[in-house]
Design a protein around this ligand. Structure first.
Ligand code: SF4
Length: 341
């Protein structure tokens, strides 16, 4: 086949292997990835090593969690014919590049990463004083640069990580060159529109808050979770008017409901013409419409996980070839090629 005259730009992104995905993961990342599949040459991976940076003591569920994430990738609409998907630890070249980057990354760069400081302060139930936890932005840099990605789709909070990746690329290129030219391009952050997706308690939807609606939740569970969801506190009685802009259920409508339903919600809530139970029922309808086809797509792989592992194996082989090509340049640039002198 002749080479593509206008090769598509390359995108790399990953998700930690935390088990089944929830609607927040879908809206915050997966949905965007699905849209990017045809526009870019995409590599999406399940970051099982990254999961170890905070959950290192018990690794018994890592593999099962990775599979669950992957099944949700497929359920959400990622297509192995249109993107490359793999598990991070199945492409161990990432680890070699991480090691080499760790030699040239100043500690001060890592200590000032905002998420590092934040998590050290907020996660007190685990000892995060680990080398791997401090170094995980370096591993991220390796994940990105080993594919020479042009773009990294991220939320606002991850932008400093992409900036750090650019700094590491720059530093590497200053020290070492491959055949007189830099090895690494500097990737750009591709900001994903941050839709505010509240969990059932009104806080940001997050597994650690236990307030999630999973992509795999069956319809009765979705409806039950919606029933318990907090609403605008101004609506104490059915006759009290409320404001969808101050209600987490209103936020769900804004993301998932049709314009006509949203109109009914605003009108009915502000005039106390509808009750919250009715309104939540409409939100549940919209959510079920989103997750039901996903669950249908997922079923095939749940019943036959071998199909999923086959895709992951092929993905790792394809990613591994790209990673090998980069590592060969890196080793030569550093005077550490596998060839005899
Ligand atoms: S009617 Fe709907 S938007 Fe208004 S407070 Fe109740 S649940 Fe929220």
């Amino acid at each position: 086949m002749p080479p593509d005259p206008t090769p598509r730009k390359r995108v790399l992104s990953g998700m930690r292997s935390t088990g089944k995905l929830h609607l927040g993961n879908y809206v915050g990342a997966l949905q965007n990835w699905v849209r990017m599949q045809d526009q870019y040459q995409c590599f999406f991976f399940i970051a099982d090593w990254h999961a170890l940076t905070t959950d290192y003591a018990d690794t018994s569920q890592v593999k099962a969690n990775s599979l669950e994430v992957f099944l949700d990738f497929l359920a959400g609409g990622l297509d192995p014919e249109r993107c490359t998907m793999f598990i991070q630890s199945h492409v161990p070249q990432h680890a070699e590049l991480y090691l080499l980057f760790s030699m040239i990354t100043p500690l001060g760069w890592l200590e000032r990463v905002p998420t590092y400081k934040e998590q050290r302060e907020n996660i007190t139930e685990k000892d995060l004083g680990m080398h791997g936890f401090l170094g995980y932005p370096v591993l991220q840099a390796a994940d990105i640069l080993i594919y020479k990605a042009d773009f990294v789709p991220v939320g606002e909070d991850q932008v400093p990580h992409v900036e750090l990746t650019r700094e590491i690329a720059r530093r590497f290129n200053q020290f070492y060159q491959y055949k007189g030219r830099p090895v690494f391009p500097e990737p750009q952050a591709l900001l994903t529109p941050a839709a505010k997706l509240p969990g059932t308690d009104g806080r940001k939807m997050s597994k650690s808050y236990g307030n999630t609606i999973l992509l795999t939740d069956p319809e009765p569970v979705v409806r039950q979770k919606l029933k318990t969801m907090v609403t605008d506190p101004a609506r104490v009685r059915r006759s009290d008017p409320g404001d969808p802009d101050k209600c987490p259920v209103g936020d769900l409508h804004k993301i998932f409901s049709s314009a006509a339903t949203l109109e009914k919600v605003y009108q009915g809530c502000r005039s106390a013409g509808i009750g919250c139970i009715e309104c939540k029922g409409w939100a549940a309808d919209a959510l079920v419409q989103i997750v039901a086809p996903m669950q249908e797509r997922r079923r095939k792989y749940e019943e036959n996980p071998r199909l999923a592992w086959d895709i992951l194996e092929a993905g790792a082989a394809k990613a591994g070839k790209e990673a090998d090509a980069t590592m060969s340049e890196v080793r030569q640039a550093m005077g550490m090629s596998l060839d005899r002198p």
